[in-house]
Each structure stands twice: as C-alpha cells, then as structure tokens.
Write a protein that binds this ligand. Structure first.
Ligand code: HPA
Length: 274
C-alpha cells in the first residue's frame, strides 16, 4: 500500500503536479467548481498508476491540477464509493496520495438527503461533524505508522476555523447556509422512511453514501478538513419523497452556482498551515 502510494505520487510529481496546496473532492453535480480552476493538468484516472476507475454515471473520473483563487489545487472529478465494490483502501487511496503530494487541506463535497425539518432541497450544509455508520472502517487492520497513529483523534473532524470562515463568507454574500451532522451509510439504496427516522434519531441532519471514509483517512494523515453538502432530497418523517439518481443530480446542479461562488472566495481567504 505504502509503495503504491509512493509510486502514484512519484508519477504525479514527475508530470508537474508538484506545488499542490489544497485537495478537493467534487461530489455529485458539484463539478461546476472545475470551471473556475485555471487548469494546468487534466489526467483521466485510468492513466494514473494504481488509481481505481469509477463507474457510476455522473462521476467522470479525472484528476485536475491547477490554480483556483490563487492557490494550487488538486481536484478529484469523480470519487470512489464503497457501494461500487471498492475496498476502503481504494476509496481513500487518492486522499493518501494528496497528502504525499504535500497537501495539508482537504475540501470534500457531496449530495445528500436532509432529515432536519428546517432544511429545503437545494440548501447547502456545512458539515460540522459526522457519524460513521458504514459497515467497514478504512483504518481497520494493521496500522501503517508512516501514514499516522493507530488511534486517531477525531475531536475536530472538520476544521472549526474553516467552518467559521465559510459562515462569514456566506453572511457577507447573503447566501443562506445550513450547518449540521452528516451520517454515512453504505447505500446504494436510498433510505426507507424508517431509516431516515433512525438517521434523525441518532443525531444527524443529513445522510449520504460517501465522504466519511475520505475524512477519516485525511485525519489519520493529520490533514485539515472542510465539507459541504447539498441537500438534494428530504427524508422528513411523514413526508419522505421519492428520490432518484437523476433527481439528485438535478438538485445538486441547481445549487452549483451558489457553491462555486462560496468556494471561490473561501479558497482565496483560506490561511493554510504552510
Ligand atoms: N440518501 C443517501 N444518499 C443520498 C441521498 C439520500 O437521501 N441523496 C443524495 N445522496
């Protein structure tokens, strides 16, 4: 595993991805952020040694390197989901590579179902915390000490400093943002009404099928994380709506502009660790 990550990192460094500062994982329908990047390199996953190749429609599978708001970013256009059949080590492989490229700051995004009755479809939610209810843990097994410690501190999974910055930017721009807890389930089924109820009862505001393994691995490697969710459908008790992948993509797309505006300013104002 360590050697594979080194090999992939070497490949990317050799083709000129050698000044990366911020990693971005673009979730369903949030690909619009790519249009704001001054692209220097665009590499299909299948051309990157050891990279898995994603299969779900709407996840195109390209690694982008370039400048966004004055910072060098590596963006994953398309992520790997556990429900696709990837091992957790594959789902999180690119995050480890990002860290080895020198990235200390990770921004993740996703589409998810809202269970907080104050939420509306199209809302943007800052992820304040998460609950991991996936059936497998990305750090299970022998610990690789060169990545991080056996027992990982998770007292601040999402950087409070970054959350405050985003809230300030949203307020300045007059864009409404929600804040909440994201709960990860395996999928690929959307939740039953009883499952949405469970999600709410255990203390979450939204539910989805990604992000948490990536953030766990990023924390293992001592990265600072920030996450944004688009609420694409609602699982509110008594009025759980029908949901489809297409509807999720359309709803995510409708919030793309709002998110792009926020992220552009956010990256510009972000104070990096180094
Ligand atoms: N549940 C899980 N994942 C999702 C949902 C949902 O309701 N909406 C978009 N992704």
């Amino acid at each position: 595993m360590y050697d594979k990550i080194k090999e992939t990192t070497r490949f990317l460094l050799d083709i000129g991805i050698d000044k990366a500062q911020v990693g971005i994982v673009l979730g369903t329908g949030l690909g619009g952020i790519v249009n704001m990047i001054k692209i220097e390199k665009k590499i299909p996953y299948h051309d990157i040694p050891n990279f898995p190749v994603s299969t779900v429609s709407g996840h195109s599978g390209t690694l982008i390197y370039g400048e966004l708001s004055g910072k060098k970013v590596v963006a994953m256009q398309g992520r790997f989901h556990y429900y696709e059949g990837w091992e957790m080590s594959e789902v999180t492989f690119p995050i480890r590579v990002m860290k080895f490229l020198g990235i200390e700051t990770l921004i993740v995004s996703n589409a998810c179902g809202g269970v907080n009755p104050d939420f509306k479809v199209g809302d943007v939610m800052i992820i304040r915390d998460h609950i991991n209810m996936m059936p497998e843990h990305p750090l299970r097994g022998e610990n690789e000490d060169r990545f991080g410690p056996r027992f990982v501190d998770m007292h601040e999974p999402y950087s409070l400093k970054m959350i405050e910055l985003m809230k300030k930017i949203a307020a300045e721009k007059g864009i409404e943002v929600q804040e909440g807890v994201y709960l990860a389930l395996q999928g690929p089924t959307f939740e039953t009404p009883a499952e949405y109820r469970m999600v709410k009862l255990v203390g979450a505001d939204a539910v989805g099928m990604s992000t948490v393994p990536e953030v766990i691995v990023a924390k293992h490697m001592n990265m600072e994380c920030f996450g944004l969710s688009v609420i694409t459908d609602l699982g509110i008790e008594g009025k759980v709506e029908e949901v489809s992948h297409e509807a999720v993509q359309i709803a995510a797309k409708s919030s793309e502009k709002k998110i792009s505006t926020l992220v552009e300013d956010f990256i510009e104002k972000l104070k990096l660790r180094k």
